[in-house]
Design a protein around this ligand. Sequence first.
Ligand code: PLP
Length: 333
Amino acid sequence: MRCGEQHAYILLCRLTQKVERSRPRFLRGAWRGGHQALSQNNHHNPAPPIVLTIAGFDPSAGAGIAADLKTIAAHNCYGIAAVTALTVQSTQGVQSVHVTPPAVLRAQLDALAGDISIAAVKIGMLGNKANAAVVAEFLERGKFAHVVLDPVVKPTAGEAELLDAAGVKFLAADLMKHATVVTPNVVEAELLTGLVIKDLAGMEAAARKLVELGARAVVVKGGHMEKAVDVLFDGAEMLPLGGDHVKSESAHGSGCTFASAIASQLACGRGLAEAVMLAKTYVTKAIEKGFAIGKGPGPLDHFYRTRFEPAPRGTHEVPQHGLHPAAEPATHR
Ligand code: PLP
């Protein structure tokens, strides 16, 4: 600690002790062996916007909750999560799905919402209708400002079922109405609307139909079409969003990442169109920077923005509180 910092620290300690002494004894910091512990919590630091993801867990961390939390963190928000299902999967695909019992999902949501102020909610894999109904009820009660619903039905690769048929019907008939924006890909949009989508006009027709069905706004993602154009429809304006088609082996979890990026941008106060455009730019770049971790499709690089220098290994951050001397890395292995 430099001399000026030491002075500032001593002054802060004195001030803290003075304030502490002026409080009634029962409100003061802990007393241990006659020594008064300094009141040093960090609750005065402002919390970043908090984004709740309600999704499945992919142990390979490419999709689902792990992708969501990385995306949320990359947007300088704080992510919290309720797990709808545990999947058994590697980069080579989903082997099995174990859906969380609805009462346990409800308990997770109630525990979080009863404690933490949530700026935005992102919903991904739900598993089945019972869990979709728990989420609909939660959204109805919570009246959240921003809800992004990614209607995950199947993984991009493989045949595993990530939402049962009754759940798909419930999503179209009920859950969708609780969302600020719904983000189906072309296959999901076909399933939810019953339409066949072959081109941009088909994507626009599906977006219109989803709004007729009760969605407030829709992004139909054209990532798998010939041109990577998405369409955003908010019930009034149809906005085509052009983008580069990134040919990549590492795009697992791109839908989860896109929806979480929109939720984070909304949580930070951006309007819907801006949030969607920024999320598209982010996911495109993260796909471009994706890498392989196993034998199958790799994950995106959610932290591509911070990869300017390698993270230091084996070193400590120098303590700033001055209570013990700065440790040499070699002394703490
Ligand atoms: N959510 C979870 C928990 C998943 O396991 C998967 C895919 O396996 C997805 C979402 C969908 O991800 P993707 O469309 O990239 O396969």
